[in-house]
Design a protein around this ligand. Structure first.
Ligand code: PLP
Length: 485
């Protein structure tokens, strides 16, 4: 494992496969494709099969993954997704289907979409669901498009302001602004929750709606949610729920019952599609009755018990927001996941996620500041302010040091209202032993901050590369193999 990474493995004449001699006349690329078709002969690596396998296996071990260890990246719900749902999503019947097939030949797929929508509507406590949005932020954008269409349809296009509490996820104001709304921020009170009096002052005829993240980005449940909903409704606005944090309340509480008119799910957080790595996702939205006519087309309609058709004849629809039916296989995983857990199992997910976060909170509170130290939901936000003041060690340093202990770092410097924030989301899928090992590492690092702060500041010490220029790594990503000279 500690062998240095020698990228160049090629040696002239080596082969990973040997094919039998050709038994038809060989033809050159020029003969097949015409003169000038080959502009350059690529310097392809020549390598044995074993060296090839070792190369990629070794590379894969240099990355961190939920399948290797604890991944408490707050707000991202990096939980373990049972492998059986991957097998189900790869079944030939799902992957061999073409989205342009006639409806009669794709009845099973349409039925799955319909059933998944019905189950998510039940979980949301709402009327109808669309699986088209490709991500959480896309679901937010679609929700804003529907709000705009709703107010225009009612002859109130002058409603152009969306209220966004400080405790909302950062994508919320961006989605509203992208949709042409003016965004007005509502401050949080000392308790970390939306300040209801500030909200009252901000309400007026120009308000189209409010976007509430619940549980909010501090991992706290917005206790005044019913009052907030009735205030906004009384002012003629609609209530949007950022439901990316549904892992905390799934099966326990329903946004529809709290008074929300529209919400998005992150199927790639809560419902068994892996999150991260740029894979396909789904930011399914759920709506109440009044927004249902504005849902994207086509809708999958059930005719009787066993026939499913696509309905495009919906004059108030905001149109399409995705080709075909969205990321269909994400829906397959969600469907399998919901069925495998059942209602009681889903409730268990939320209860265990909340229990685990509060367990971590109780273990860390002695050595770290916890600015809003009360029962949290699925994640807990701790602060490295004490370590910064006493030893000049910052949240980022502690995160880097955690890598030496074998853990993925938590989210850093978010939410913005907490200085030196470390946002920890343990999820429901971890054992007590893992949580203990993580809390022990955090405690050990707190001691290191006192005794040998330079060790923490220079971490990580055990990785192939240490501190990177993270901005350059993102802006000038270079993963191209340039070949041997
Ligand atoms: C992850 C997240 C989002 C955005 O979801 P994407 O799929 O990354 O666009 C929105 N809100 C909250 C609270 C989230 O945690």
């Amino acid at each position: 494992m500690s062998e240095p990474l020698v990228f160049e493995k090629s040696a002239v004449g080596r082969r990973a496969v040997t094919l039998p001699d050709c038994d038809v006349p060989e033809r050159s690329p020029e003969e097949l494709l015409g003169p000038g078709a080959i502009r350059e002969t690529l310097p392809l690596p020549e390598i044995s099969e074993l060296e090839l396998v070792r190369h990629f296996t070794r590379l894969s071990h240099r990355n961190y993954a939920i399948d290797l260890g604890f991944y408490p990246l707050g707000s991202c719900t990096m939980k373990y997704n049972p492998k059986v749902h991957e097998s189900i999503a790869r079944m030939p019947g799902w992957i061999g289907i073409h989205p342009l097939q006639p409806d009669e030949t794709a009845q099973g797929a349409l039925e799955l979409i319909h059933r998944t929508e019905r189950m998510l509507a039940e979980i949301a406590g709402m009327e109808a669901v669309s699986l088209q949005p490709a991500a959480g932020a896309h679901g937010e954008l679609l929700s804003m498009m529907m709000l705009r269409a709703y107010h225009r349809h009612r002859g109130e296009p002058e409603r152009r302001t969306i209220l966004v509490p400080e405790s909302a996820h950062g994508t919320n104001p961006a989605s509203a602004a992208r949709c042409g709304f003016e965004v007005r921020s509502i401050p949080a009170g000392d308790d970390g929750l939306t300040d209801v009096n500030a909200l009252k002052r901000a309400l007026g005829d120009g308000v189209a709606g409010l976007m509430l993240t619940n549980p909010n980005t501090l991992g706290l449940f917005e206790r005044n949610v019913e009052e907030i909903c009735s205030l906004v409704h009384a002012a003629g606005g609609l209530m949007y729920c950022d439901g990316a944090n549904m892992n905390a309340i799934v099966g326990v509480a329903r946004p529809g019952d709290m008074g929300f008119d529209v919400m998005h799910f992150n199927l790639h957080k809560t419902f068994s599609t892996p999150h991260g790595g740029g894979g396909p996702g789904c930011g399914a939205i759920a709506v109440g009755k009044e927004l249902e006519p504005f849902l994207p087309v086509p809708r999958v309609e059930a005719h009787g018990d066993d026939r499913y058709v696509l309905d495009c004849d919906r004059p108030l629809s905001v149109g399409r927001v995705h080709s075909f039916h969205g990321a269909f296989l994400v829906a397959v995983r969600a469907y399998a996941y919901i069925l495998s857990l059942g209602a009681a199992g889903l409730r268990d997910v939320a209860e265990t996620a909340v229990l685990n976060a509060n367990y971590v909170r109780s273990q860390l509170r002695e050595r770290y500041d916890i600015p809003y130290d009360r029962t949290c939901m699925h994640e807990v936000v701790v602060s490295a302010s004490r370590q910064k003041a006493q030893a000049g060690v910052r949240a980022l340093d502690i995160s880097k040091r955690l890598m030496d202990y074998g853990f993925h770092p938590p989210t850093n410097y978010f939410p913005l209202v907490v200085p030196e924030a470390l946002m920890i989301e343990p999820t429901e899928t971890e054992t007590k032993e893992t949580l203990d090992a993580f809390c022990d590492a955090m405690t050990a690092i707190a001691s290191e901050c006192d005794a040998e702060p330079e060790t923490v500041k220079a971490a990580p010490h055990s990785t192939v590369v240490s501190r990177l220029d993270e901005t350059a790594a993102v802006k000038q990503l270079n993963v191209r193999w340039a070949g041997s000279a």
